[in-house]
Design a protein around this ligand. Structure first.
Ligand SMILES: *[C@@H]1O[C@H](CO)[C@@H](O)[C@H](O)[C@H]1NC(C)=O
Length: 351
């Protein structure tokens, strides 16, 4: 994902004007006798410094090696890695994944799909990103009923009501990206509700395995409200199929995203990565361990909860061999085809 690279660019552009304005002023003081010279020189130097600043920035962007990140997109080479929330997110009261996935499974039993609200639900901060602001417009406004229920959640007002296991009360749950990928993806998919995924631009380490109309329903980002309305109408008419998609999404999360596999992914990734090293990393003599501390309160509790008590009894899973270009192309094409199929249905208006 490009967040780190673009932060670097922003920092560069805010610091360069200082460099540009100082140097020409100093030089022009030397040539006061001929006013034409300093102007010419200033223009020349300003151009030079601006060019240099742009060049350095360009070099920064080009030579930064791929970084480990929670998500990637088509414009960056970031290496996707499991996000922090698998080990719990104490600040927002979200338990480590091992525990939480069990809670979610229990939560799903509370309300059968057919008894759930026949609407598409989303709760979160609508101020992060254009897509979310857009999505907020799909709430009923007295004139339109888009079958969406969008709830703004102000993150600064505490997280007492973020109990995820009790949020699977709607037949459809919306996934929308914020400023980039959202950590909520696995929680939404785990609900047994049919997930309505608004065209994503970022992917995380398990996204490739998810197929539209198999694990989730694709929502057209350019026409969100209409698209959501159609999806809900379709699901409420084809209840068996909608439940099947909901279940397939949850099964994927439950089976493929077990903590054991998350660790296997990390192991395989780091093993392959280490093969590329041209030097042997070692811990220097004067190195100091920054922290192996448990902290206190909920942070401590979550660390204890997610601690692995012993070595794995089974060997790591076998990694799928890398896709060749043709295989990858066909996989992406299959997803695109499935999405197009839905767009055709949507355009026809028939459910
Ligand atoms: C996608 O659809 C096109 C056109 O209908 C078809 O030719 C192609 O084989 C499909 N690709 C996959 C991978 O399903």
């Amino acid at each position: 994902m490009g967040e780190i690279a673009s932060d670097g660019v922003d920092a560069g552009s805010s610091s360069s004007p200082t460099v540009v304005s100082k140097k020409p002023a100093y030089i022009s003081g030397i040539f006061v006798k001929n006013p034409g010279v300093p102007i010419f020189l200033s223009v020349f130097l300003v151009t030079l410094f601006v060019t240099a600043a742009i060049f350095t920035r360009w070099v920064d962007v080009v030579i930064i090696p791929p970084l480990f990140h929670y998500c990637g997109d088509d414009g960056t080479y970031d290496i996707v890695f499991p996000d922090w929330s698998f080990w719990g997110w104490p600040e927002v009261n979200i338990k480590p994944w091992v525990q939480l996935s069990k809670d979610l499974e229990q939560g799903n039993l509370k309300k059968k799909w057919t008894e759930r609200e026949p609407f598409a639900y989303w709760k979160g901060n609508t101020h992060t990103g254009k897509a979310r602001k857009d999505l907020a417009r799909c709430n009923p406004d007295g004139q339109h009923e888009w079958n969406a229920r969008i709830n703004h959640l102000d993150w600064r007002k505490g997280f007492k009501d973020t109990d995820l296991a009790s949020q699977c009360t709607h037949r459809y749950k919306i996934y929308v990206e914020g400023n980039s990928w959202s950590v909520s993806e696995k929680y939404i998919l785990a609900c047994d509700s049919m997930s309505l995924v608004i065209t994503p631009h970022y992917y995380d380490f398990f996204s490739r395995g998810l197929y539209p109309t198999v694990h989730y329903w694709p929502i057209n980002e350019r026409n969100k409200c209409h698209s959501i309305k159609y999806a809900v109408d379709w699901g409420n008419k084809n209840t068996e199929k909608a439940q099947e998609i909901g279940r397939a999404g949850s099964e994927f999360i439950k089976n493929e995203l077990q903590m054991k596999y998350v660790y296997d992914y990390m192991l395989h990734l780091l093993t392959e990565y280490s093969k590329l090293f041209k030097y042997r990393p070692f811990i220097t003599k004067n190195a100091v361990e920054v922290c192996s501390c448990l902290d206190k309160g909920m942070v401590k509790e979550f660390k204890e909860m997610s601690k692995v008590k012993g070595p794995s009894e089974a060997s790591p899973c076998t990694m799928h061999p890398p896709y060749d270009a043709a295989e990858l192309q066909s996989l992406l094409e299959r997803k695109l085809n499935l999405t197009r199929q839905v767009e055709t249905w949507e355009a026809s208006g028939r459910v």
